[in-house]
Design a protein around this ligand. Structure first.
Ligand SMILES: NC(=O)c1ccc[n+]([C@@H]2O[C@H](COP(=O)([O-])OP(=O)(O)OC[C@H]3O[C@@H](n4cnc5c(N)ncnc54)[C@H](OP(=O)(O)O)[C@@H]3O)[C@@H](O)[C@H]2O)c1
Length: 270
């Protein structure tokens, strides 16, 4: 790949951000599609200054990660409806200085789940009530799924359940309810705390689909326990790849080379 006076710049903003695999994934995609662009990771402190820099340098697109997904909204010129409803932006498109925000975490989660199972009429329990739970909850609700939120802190869990118009249970009550799909959206079980699991084994039944948004490790303790119980399991890598694929489409107007992106990320994960 040649970097020259026409090379366009993209990047991820966050803090911390050095763990991000987005540069590996997006640079592989740009190279495969022969797009003269590079994608970097920016660990930023001042969001307002960063956005001024994006505008003045003409940075073409951003991924946005923790802790800026909600904070960035007032600095943008427009936010699409789904991102507005979720209250979080993970993607920015810079169209000649006009910055528009999107949320591709939601569609990434949906595409990953639909790739594994038929979701129509299914009951899903979402563990967690943070940004990822919110994104998944909104899009699965739109699809007509029967959702229950289970969260450590009751207040936050109830607030999300209320805004989704769905039920809430404490994590301890999880064994009392029946569901077809369980999605972990908490960081419990993520490297280095790989021996942790957000739910008791009794919450897992053999005909369930269990999805974890974590992809490091690829098989969390939750997924290992679910597999041992005979559940269908799905790790967080497809969500990451699909949310990135949708970002690529928003930035370039082209379909993303999903297999290339997946292979590039797997190479550094294994
Ligand atoms: N695969 C992907 O592409 C992808 C995309 C986005 C995010 N993620 C991952 O998703 C995870 C969550 O991200 P987020 O932005 O939603 O985080 P967040 O907004 O901080 O929310 C975290 C949630 O996890 C719960 N939680 C945290 N520690 C817990 C513990 N020890 N026990 C029980 N519950 C706990 C919190 O409960 P309380 O409300 O009680 O604090 C909260 O509901 C992260 O691991 C992130 O890397 C993956």
């Amino acid at each position: 790949m040649r970097i020259d006076q026409y090379t366009q710049l993209y990047g991820v903003i966050g803090n911390p951000v050095r763990h991000s695999l987005s540069p590996i994934m997006h640079n592989a995609a740009f190279e495969d599609r022969r797009i003269n662009a590079v994608y970097l990771a920016f660990e930023i402190k001042e969001l307002e200054d960063c956005i001024k820099g994006v505008r003045s340098l003409g940075i073409k697109g951003l991924s946005v990660t923790i802790p800026f997904k909600s904070e960035i909204i007032p600095f943008l010129d427009e936010v699409d409806d789904l991102a507005k409803r979720i209250g979080a932006v993970n993607t920015v498109v810079n169209e000649d200085g006009f910055l528009k925000g999107y949320n591709t975490d939601a569609s990434g989660a949906l595409r990953a789940l639909e790739g594994k199972t038929d979701i129509s009429g299914k009951r899903v329990v979402i563990i967690g009530a943070g940004g990822t739970a919110r994104a998944a909850g909104y899009i699965l609700k739109q699809k007509g799924m029967d959702i229950t939120i289970a969260n450590r802190s009751r207040e936050r869990g109830m607030a999300l359940a209320e805004s989704l118009g769905c039920g809430f249970v404490n994590l301890k009550e999880l064994t009392d309810i029946k569901h077809d799909i369980l999605i972990n959206t908490t960081p419990v079980g993520m490297s280095p705390d790989v021996d942790e699991c957000p739910v008791p084994q009794e919450a897992l039944q053999e005909d369930m689909v269990v999805m974890d948004v974590i992809y490091n490790p690829l098989k969390t303790k939750l997924l290992a326990m679910a597999e041992a119980r005979g559940c269908t399991i799905l790790n967080g890598l497809p969500i990451f790849i699909y949310q990135g694929a949708e970002q690529f489409r928003l930035w370039t107007g082209l379909d993303a080379p999903v297999t290339i992106m997946d292979e590039a990320v797997k190479k550094v994960l294994v």
